[in-house]
Ligand binder design. Structure first.
Ligand SMILES: Cc1ncc(COP(=O)(O)O)c(C=O)c1O
Length: 409
């Protein structure tokens, strides 16, 4: 089956079908906030996709369930996961990773917590380019760490890292930089040149990097994911990389991420501090991730083709119906970052006054993420998840446009 025919029926999936399937994205919505009770809210918030997963993953899970593989992650499965993850890194991104460098972990946020606790100076602040994935702002304080927000700069309408800002954050005492690439929510895929510039800043201060590359498989034509730790010995020496199959193959509830170490000292330290986290990775999650890395590429590329059309279609829809919104199709991820600041001005009297996510939730019945949750730099923006059938995406934009028109009247 060609990738196209694989995904050809995605358009036919309806919102009631998706509610019936019962994902968090579609059912974890407070419907009471929707003021037009005639229409159910469209789920476009949490980073889940509406496309199921690769048939190879489903088959592997069926076999594991049939065999009753519900115990702790055994060494054979763990080795298979490490091998296929390493092969994926080599095949897809050209990064030569030895299986011994790959360690299982329940999820990427757990990897971040362990990194903060065990790989940084006690009490040192965490450096975070913003807008950022929401838990990156809330997780460090749980460990007594301040977050030094470094708003990204823009260059020709494109988000870029503010290298001087990063430098200042290190001088202010920060030690660990969270480098999320491809970037949630802004959709940038950093080039090798941009990554080298980051390395120079980090190295100047003896800093560390937590490279979150969970969205790496989701990169569009014309862009290329470059694993940060693969770019130089210096980068490898100060980086812990975290990844997972959970975004690209939509498996986040199965709880299996991977940490990739890239120097001897970190590998030895992770053996110790990561041992309980590796037990917390689920066996079914490892089965699914292994199948995804080993034989899920064809399905993924079909989905990427669909998402590629959707990210461009979203631009056309917004230009036609909601031109006040700023949007640049992302280079990676299935998240659209919408600049609603022009709309917020129109929306001064709306309930939720100036909060565009609340506005769209109440008046359009579309649940998106409030950009303010992504840091100060996200105020006036929303994050919209477009990994949904195109007819539903069209309906979401139409509803958002009608709600905005209602404000203008
Ligand atoms: C950039 C990024 N990192 C981490 C996560 C969470 O991953 P996990 O469920 O493995 O903790 C997400 C989820 O959307 C994400 O987008």
């Amino acid at each position: 089956m060609s990738p196209a025919s694989h995904t050809g029926d995605l358009d036919a999936v309806t919102a009631p079908d998706l509610r019936e399937r019962g994902s968090l994205k579609w059912t974890g919505i407070d419907q009471d906030r929707n003021q037009d009770q005639d229409q159910d809210t469209i789920g476009a918030w949490v980073a889940e996709m509406d496309f199921g997963t690769a048939p190879e993953v489903t088959a592997a899970l069926h076999a594991a369930v049939q065999d009753g593989r519900f115990g702790y992650l055994p060494p054979g499965r763990r080795a298979d996961l490490a091998l296929t993850c390493a092969q994926w890194q080599q095949r897809r991104y050209g990064w030569a990773v030895a299986p011994e460098q790959v360690q299982p972990v329940s999820d990427v946020l757990t990897a971040l917590e362990l990194t903060i606790r065990h790989f940084t100076r006690p009490g040192s602040p965490v450096i975070l380019p913003t807008p950022a994935y929401m838990p990156f702002l809330t997780t460090p304080p749980l460990h007594g760490r301040a977050v030094l927000e470094v708003p990204m700069a823009t260059d020709g309408g494109q988000y870029v890292l503010d290298l001087d800002g990063l430098d200042r954050a290190y001088r202010a005492g920060g030690q660990l930089l969270i480098l999320c690439n491809p970037a949630n929510p802004v959709g940038r895929v950093l080039t090798a040149g941009e990554l080298a510039a980051v390395t120079a800043v980090v190295d100047r201060h003896g800093g560390r990097v937590f490279a979150d590359e969970i969205h790496a498989p989701l990169v569009y034509p014309g862009h290329r994911h470059v694993p940060y730790a693969s770019t130089s010995g210096t980068a490898a020496g100060h980086t812990l990389t975290a990844t997972a199959a959970s975004k690209a193959w939509d498996l986040p509830g199965l709880k299996c991420g991977q940490v990739i170490t890239s120097n001897q000292a970190d590998a030895a330290a992770w053996e110790v501090v990561g041992s309980s986290a590796s037990v917390a990775a689920s066996q079914l999650g490892a089965v699914a991730a292994t199948a995804a890395y080993r034989s899920g590429e064809r399905w993924l590329d079909g989905i990427l083709g669909y998402l590629d059309r959707s990210r461009l279609a979203l631009g056309e829809l917004l230009a036609a119906h909601l031109p006040e919104l700023g949007y640049r199709p992302p280079e990676g991820t299935y998240l659209a970052w919408l600049d609603c600041r022009a709309l917020a001005a129109l929306d001064g009297t709306a309930p939720g006054g100036g909060d565009p996510a609340e506005f769209f939730r109440r008046h359009a019945g579309v649940a998106v993420v409030d950009g303010a949750e992504c840091g100060q730099a996200g105020r006036g923006y929303v994050r919209l998840n477009f990994a949904t059938p195109l007819p539903i995406l069209r309906q979401a934009v139409t509803r958002m446009a009608e709600a905005a028109a209602g404000q203008r009247r």
